[in-house]
Design a protein around this ligand. Structure first.
Ligand code: ARG
Length: 469
């Protein structure tokens, strides 16, 4: 058996006098992971073939043969019957080889006016476009779940924190809506990234374009691309769209991680603000009393790997001269893992946050204990004519007294309060209650229950618009 014969499987083997070693074959092959692009690859090939036929580079019969061969291959892949071979390096060569087995010369003509360089760039963009749509939908479902829980707790009061110290009372609905804002921006970012993903590289061929009379607009229309990549060298080489996607994904996971941190904290028996359904928690093999919030903890951890993927892709790109380099094959695993991690996380979080059990009594108690209405008392004094700095000082003294006695401001008598400022009168009571405090923050963006309901209504309307994030 000659070397040439041994390597007949390889699309480029005629140039070489010895086969690649087994180790190198495994090292350079990507079919183990890029087979995930198979459906995009077939879709791209069919659009390319239809164009080749339109411009006279394929006959109608050849196009038909390619179509039926691809149909067959699609079925084989879906049924798990396709024989993937590492000898054929990647998803593109595996599918092309099988097509040729099935339809003969028409299969061999498919690669006219095309290179794997523009082919793979097209496949990734097609795949990523669909993935972005899935992520935007999952972000929508998560926002809806948070809105449902927020709606039930538009009036539930808990302490708002700064520096993890009780600051001012807020409503739990308002608190959850902060995350709805974050996830809404995440969806916006994804859709913005999608605009730059949705451009067609095909036609760039290896790097310089092709001498055949191709019709790139036709291919773009067939594949639903909004625009063409305008420079062939750029089209085959840059992966900035994937980096952008990973950056947007890292921000999603950052937001999920912040929410996770709060869920873990709120669920700690020391805090006891919420309970998560048992299906999101696990027990301990040694401590029978434990119910651990594993899902939020794991999500917080997984944000680390998504950040890692972003850095991996940035690093992958930064040293590459134009145009295509094999380095780019390394874009796929980080990209796939990013998509999988984000999608699974979002789906689980939609389920989990829709069913948070709230312990309103514990929240209220914590807000009542932390002098959370001190600012309200200062504002009260300002309304009575005291400059804010003087009011701040008077209230600080009141807090110190109450703190020394182990009571809250609302528990000090009117006479005691008047000792800190004679401007204090019987009407102060309303400013010291938690309800009065949150109700007074009734401007747009404030924590008052009426504003929480208004925010929820605006979000629901936005989420109904299919074009919106
Ligand atoms: N498997 C390759 C990748 O993922 C496809 C492109 C290969 N092109 C080449 N000239 N070797 O990037």
């Amino acid at each position: 058996m000659t070397d040439q014969f041994a390597r007949k499987a390889e699309a480029w083997s005629a140039r070489f006098s010895e086969p690649v070693s087994e180790l190198v074959k495994r090292y350079t092959a990507s079919v183990g992971f890029d087979r995930r692009l198979a459906m995009a690859d077939i879709e791209g090939s069919l659009a390319h073939a239809a164009m080749l036929q339109s411009v006279g580079l394929l006959s109608a019969a050849e196009l038909d043969a390619i179509r039926s061969g691809m149909q067959q291959i699609r079925g084989e892949i879906e049924r798990g019957e396709f024989a993937w071979s590492i000898d054929l390096e990647d998803v593109h060569l595996n599918i092309e080889k099988r097509l040729t087995e099935l339809v003969g010369d028409a299969g061999k003509r498919l690669h006219t006016a095309r290179s794997r360089n523009d082919q793979v760039a097209t496949d990734i963009r097609l795949w990523l476009r669909g993935t972005i749509d899935d992520i935007v939908a999952a972000l929508g479902a998560l926002q809806r779940a948070l809105l449902d829980t927020a709606e039930g707790h538009a009036e539930t009061i808990l302490p708002g924190f700064t520096h993890l110290q009780v600051a001012q009372p807020v409503t739990f609905g308002h608190h959850l809506l902060a995350y709805v804002e974050m996830f809404a921006r995440d969806a916006e970012r994804m859709l913005d990234c999608r605009r730059r993903v949705n451009r067609l590289p095909l036609g760039a061929a290896a790097l310089a374009g092709t001498s055949y009379p191709i019709d790139r607009e036709q291919v773009a229309r067939a594949l639903g691309f909004d625009e063409l990549c305008e420079n062939s060298l750029d089209a085959v080489s840059d992966r900035d769209f994937a980096i952008e996607f990973c950056a947007a994904a890292a921000l999603i996971m950052t937001h999920v991680s912040r929410l996770s941190e709060e869920l873990v904290l709120w669920m700690s028996p020391r805090v006891g603000f919420i309970d998560l359904a048992d299906r999101f928690c696990t027990g301990s093999s040694i401590m029978p009393q434990k119910k651990n919030p594993d899902v939020p903890e794991l999500a917080r951890g997984k944000s680390g790997r998504v950040n890692g993927h972003l850095v991996a892709l940035l690093t992958l790109m930064k040293g590459q001269p134009l145009a295509y380099n094999k380095d780019n094959q390394e874009d796929k695993e980080p990209l796939f893992d990013t998509a999988d991690t984000v999608l699974e996380t979002l789906r689980i979080f939609a389920d989990m946050t829709g069913g948070i059990a709230v312990r309103a009594d514990r929240m209220r108690q914590a807000a009542a204990e932390g002098f959370s209405t001190a600012t309200d008392l200062a504002d009260y004094l300002v309304r009575k004519g005291l400059p804010f700095r003087d009011a701040h000082e008077a209230v600080a003294r009141a807090v110190r007294t109450a703190s020394d006695r182990g009571v809250d401001l609302a528990e000090l008598s009117l006479d005691e309060l008047r000792g800190f400022s004679p401007l204090i009168e019987a009407d102060v009571a309303e400013s010291l209650t938690l309800e009065g405090s949150v109700a007074s923050r009734k401007h747009r963006g404030g924590t008052a229950p009426e504003q929480v309901r208004a925010q929820i209504a605006r979000h629901r309307e936005r989420l109904q618009d299919p074009g919106a994030a």
